[in-house]
Design a protein around this ligand. Structure first.
Ligand code: GRG
Length: 322
């Protein structure tokens, strides 16, 4: 399986152009905004969401240059959510560096997140498409709803798998869905084609988050660039834990139930319970099913090299380790 960088080589020029738009648009006169903006944007995110917007527009034959601005908009919104999320979760490591909240404090992180979010909408106005505005404003609303739903689920071991999946679709998959849909809108394709792109993005984004949740128990801190066990510390009932609650032995169920209710569970003990219930395999299979649905949605699209890249990108969500 090629690395993400290898996979994205055919759109390298566009990705560089997006990077330039991002840098040009972080031009506030307020020094702290530039400092924190440069810090987080320069810390090497994977840029998978902007890549998705670029690939989607290209798969539908878009010839203009607004896809570059929209890809930057999507990365700005993603970055704003990360700045806010790290404050909410009290995280200290992201992209292999101290989080912005750790470096500059919670207030500065939240406020620069607000700036990036507002700047994204200002840039979007320049794109001058009501359909795009509608998709992006709805997406950011849903992402926020997802985050609030997640907050309501914290320390609750009775969350259902459907309830958990709703949070995943809202907080993470929605931005993937929007990125893919915006590419199709820019290319001015029919409603069913826009829907196919959105369906692809939604399933791919769901797979992406499911893998994120299993990497929180099985990844490598160095490679991931963030601390393992964050979800357990926060009492988040993610799919690996929900599966132990569904099929684990009585002792493991009790251990996990208590870890969710109280937070700060014993990582090694819970990781062993997860192994005994084969819950990482279960979570991976759920992610595989989402990738299959994502690839199926692509059958609506005309055959092209870009469509093949989109198939590979969905598959990458399963093999990623960062
Ligand atoms: C500002 C609109 C707005 C909303 C705030 C806090 C919040 C509401 C939403 C948080 C949503 C969130 C952070 C979901 C997790 C998504 C996720 C898996 C992030 C990690 O993405 P990667 O791995 O990160 O693509 P990189 O570092 O590669 O960019």
């Amino acid at each position: 399986m090629p690395s993400l960088n290898e996979l994205l080589k055919p759109i390298n020029a566009d990705m560089q152009a997006v990077d330039q738009v991002i840098r040009d648009c972080l031009d506030s006169e307020v020094v702290l905004i530039r400092t924190i903006g440069d810090y987080i944007i320069g810390s090497g995110g994977k840029r998978i969401r902007p890549a998705l917007a670029l690939l989607s527009s290209r798969a539908f034959g878009y010839q203009g240059d607004q896809h570059l601005k929209m890809a930057a908009v999507i990365e700005f919104i993603h970055t704003a959510t990360l700045l806010h999320d790290d404050v909410v979760d009290e995280s200290s490591l992201r992209r292999g560096r101290s989080t912005a909240n750790e470096m500059f404090g919670n207030a500065a992180s939240v406020l620069v997140g607000d700036y990036l979010y507002s700047r994204a909408f200002e840039m979007m106005v320049e794109v001058d498409s009501m359909a795009v505005m509608q998709v992006m404003s709805q997406a950011t609303k849903v992402i926020s709803e997802g985050e609030v739903l997640q907050l309501m689920n914290v320390n609750d071991p009775n969350v259902t798998q459907e309830g958990y999946l709703q949070v995943v679709r809202f907080k993470t998959a929605k931005l993937f869905e929007a990125a893919a849909r915006v590419g199709a809108i820019l290319a001015n394709v029919s409603e069913p084609m826009q829907e196919a792109a959105a369906t692809y993005g939604r399933h791919m984004g769901t797979a992406f988050q499911l893998v994120d949740d299993l990497l929180d128990y099985s990844g490598d801190t160095q490679t991931l660039g963030k601390t393992l066990g964050d979800d357990l510390r926060e009492g988040k009932a993610t799919l690996p834990l929900l599966h132990v609650l569904a099929v684990g032995n009585t002792q493991d169920q009790a251990l996990v139930r208590q870890a969710i209710e109280k937070g700060d569970g014993d990582f090694d003990a819970v990781a062993q319970a997860i192994m005994r219930a084969d819950a990482l395999t279960y979570t991976r299979q759920a992610a595989e099913a989402e990738v299959t649905l994502a690839i199926e949605a692509l059958s609506e699209l005309p055959d092209s090299e870009t469509k093949y890249l989109l198939q590979q990108l969905a598959g990458h969500c399963l093999t990623r380790n960062q």
